[in-house]
Unconditional design. Structure first.
Length: 201
């Protein structure tokens, strides 16, 4: 049965997990009850897994990174670039890097706040920074980037980007953004988070 054409019985809702149909449940009285009924179905089928805070943070960072990747490939990877796409690309990329950095912090027992990327990076323990710096070179190779990606320089360019680029029309001057180094850094952070999480779960 094709899940794209699946219609639940009247008074019922379909339940999906990662895009796959699990089954259906009766409609609840409100959204909260719908969620609970769906969760109970997943538990009954042995599919429910409680998500840790670190994993939830990583998943959110990955979602924003996937959005920036889509924008890059569709609007920015080829000339002429679509200038209207640069702002959402910068905002999504900066926020994904922010949440990846905060995930690394959380994995190392550090709770960081705010949007300034350099400050978040500087608050990380040395062991976490070493993991990030080590992950940059393989990430750069996967992008066929031959020159060294400077983490601090890349973070400096994006430091206030999440705040400023959302309202770029109100800001007279914006930092220069290094597109490919930002992508490489996001990829390196993704890999660090994935490696540490996989080692703990």
């Amino acid at each position: 049965m094709s899940t794209s054409k699946y219609q639940p019985a009247p008074g019922h809702r379909a339940v999906y997990l990662n895009g796959h149909l699990v089954g259906e449940v009766r409609e609840g009285l409100d959204h909260k009850e719908d969620v609970e009924l769906g969760r109970q179905l997943l538990i009954e089928k042995g599919l429910y897994k409680k998500v840790s805070l670190e994993r939830a943070m990583f998943n959110q960072a990955t979602a924003f990174a996937a959005t920036s990747s889509m924008l890059y490939y569709q609007k920015l990877a080829h000339l002429p670039r679509d200038g209207q796409a640069i702002t959402p690309w910068v905002v999504n990329t900066a926020f994904s890097i922010e949440v990846y950095l905060k995930t690394v912090g959380c994995l190392f027992g550090i709770n960081t706040r705010g949007h300034k990327l350099l400050r978040i990076f500087e608050q990380l323990p040395d062991a976490a920074k070493r993991l990030i710096l080590r992950a940059v070179e393989p990430a750069a190779k996967s992008w066929k980037v031959k020159e060294k990606v400077d983490v601090v320089r890349t973070l400096s360019g994006l430091n206030d980007a999440f705040v400023q680029w959302r309202y770029h029309y109100e800001v007279s001057e914006l930092n220069e953004i290094y597109i490919v180094p930002a992508i490489v850094l996001a990829g390196a952070l993704h890999n660090v988070c994935q490696e540490v999480l996989d080692g703990r779960e």
